[in-house]
Write a protein that binds this ligand. Structure first.
Ligand code: 6PG
Length: 470
């Protein structure tokens, strides 16, 4: 029964896996799931209704027999050792030409290792970032696949059908060889961390500088979401601020412990940016802030040791306008940094990425989807080798129109003891990136002074050393 009739296999029927496979079936493909947990298999069968389009088993042999050749098997299991274990279990039973797709947030170097290992055995391996959470998986995620271009053809119709659509265009595209898909998803998550940090700072500012209630803040975010800041993260922030606490008085947001967790993708983005020598300070600080937030006990003790100024209030309407401009400015800067990292990684790892295509498939479905991405797509389509978004004429106009609010709010935060590291890092990045001359000539002199590291001159070519002492 069920011999080789299913178009698509999925391993790992957790929340993401179950939603993704139902999405595949909804789009007219026959999909078969596999999980060792009988409860998850039963839950899928139940939710799948009739078993014609979607089926599942706890038995790997049944699963593999059900799939058409070459098999297309997607893994939605936790990143790390489990992916290797699942691959090892499958390997003896696969046929040459079968395709394994890792849909998790795997580290890109792991994907490269797995791809090379499986290629030797005649098996194709894809790392495909899937963004959009459970709802995205069910209704249309943004998918970021990388691996062999030929193998992509096998899975393209399925991915295009299940992905989110932006004005009818699928939010999936072949991104490049090897680990290109996982790498792009990693940077997507780095940007996600940056945007989330910025949003939390604006929430803090509205509360402390404007004494705005959750309801007033809800209205501000909701209003912004109808304008140029339209984005998934601004939209859900508005929703969150309106959520009542079902276990007590007031809104839930006030009862949530201020310790942010992380699974590693933001940190990997920062770490790799350092390896590439590309500055992404708006992302770095978002990782650091999650780390600082985790030090809750220490923070509470230190709070008692040091006084903090009582913030001078800013009139609500004025504050809301400045906050919108500052958030918009720093969103642009964060995308600019992530895209810059992608352009360098493309050269270093020979991914041959097309940044216009990446911005295009981020316009819907994923966590960092935003109205801004349509403009970013246009900027890179017009100039595929744009070194930095800040050099695009339409973005420089937006930056010029918003920067004075960022300066005012960052200075205000410093004077009033409100930490705004995402906003200030974005501003400092901008000021440094747009400075024709920086004081790093002094660093070169110091390096040469104590270590004879040499320096270059502004007026002559060549390498110079000075005997500084005496
Ligand atoms: C997505 C998200 C998702 C990620 C979570 C949690 O694109 O759908 O990026 O893949 O796992 O956002 O990430 P942290 O636990 O590290 O915050």
């Amino acid at each position: 029964m069920n011999q080789q009739t299913y178009d698509f296999g999925l391993i790992g029927l957790g929340v993401m896996g179950r939603n993704f496979i139902l999405n595949v079936a909804d789009n007219g493909f026959k999909a078969f799931g596999f999980d060792l947990d009988a409860e998850k298999v039963d839950a899928l069968k139940k939710e799948g209704g009739g078993l014609e389009k979607v089926n599942a088993s706890t038995d790997q042999e049944t699963f593999l027999r059900a799939l058409q050749l070459p098999r297309k098997i997607m893994l939605l299991v936790p990143a790390g050792k489990i992916v290797d274990q699942v691959i090892e279990n499958l390997l003896p039973h696969l046929d040459k030409g079968d395709l394994i797709i890792d849909g998790g947030n795997s580290l890109f170097t792991d994907t490269d290792r797995r791809e090379a290992y499986l290629r030797e055995k005649g098996i194709h391996f894809f790392g495909a970032g899937v963004s959009g959470g459970a709802k995205g998986a069910r209704k249309g995620p943004s998918i970021m696949p990388g691996g062999s271009r030929d193998a992509y053809k096998e899975v393209k119709p399925i991915f295009e059908a299940v992905s989110a659509k932006y004005k009818g265009e699928p939010c999936v595209a072949y991104l490049g060889p090897k680990s290109a898909g996982n790498y792009v998803k990693m940077v997507h998550n780095g940007i996600e961390y940056g945007l989330m940090q910025l949003t939390s700072e604006i929430y803090d500012l509205l509360g402390k500088a404007g004494e705005m209630s959750n309801h007033e803040m809800h209205q501000a975010f909701d209003q912004w979401n109808k304008g140029r800041l339209q984005s998934f993260l601004v939209e859900i922030t508005a929703d969150i601020l309106a959520q009542d606490d079902e276990h007590g008085d007031g809104e839930l947001i006030d009862k949530i412990l201020d310790k942010a967790k992380q699974k590693g993708t933001g940190k990997w983005t920062s770490q790799n940016a350092m390896d590439l020598g590309i500055p992404v300070p708006s992302i770095d600080i978002a990782v650091s802030m999650r780390e600082i937030s985790a030090l809750k006990n220490d923070r509470v003790k230190a709070d008692e040791v040091y006084d903090r100024p009582k913030p001078i209030l800013i009139e609500k309407k004025k504050l809301t306008k400045m906050a919108e401009e500052a958030l918009y400015f720093s969103f642009i800067i964060t995308y600019a940094q992530g895209l810059h990292q992608l352009s360098e990684a493309s050269k270093e790892y020979e991914y041959n990425l097309n940044l216009g295509t990446i911005a295009k498939i981020w316009r819907a479905g994923c966590i960092i989807r935003a109205g801004l991405l349509a403009d970013i797509t246009k900027a890179y389509q017009a100039k595929p080798n744009l070194p930095n978004l800040l050099l695009d004429p339409s973005f420089s106009k937006e930056i010029k129109g918003t920067i004075s609010s960022v300066r005012t709010l960052v200075a205000y935060g410093a004077e009033n003891g409100i930490p705004l590291p995402g906003l200030s890092n974005s501003l400092t990045y901008f000021d440094a990136y747009t400075s024709g001359r920086l004081p790093l000539n002094l660093i070169q002199a110091q390096r040469d002074y104590f270590g004879s590291h040499t320096y270059e001159r502004t007026d002559k070519s060549g390498t110079f050393h000075t005997e500084w002492e005496g």
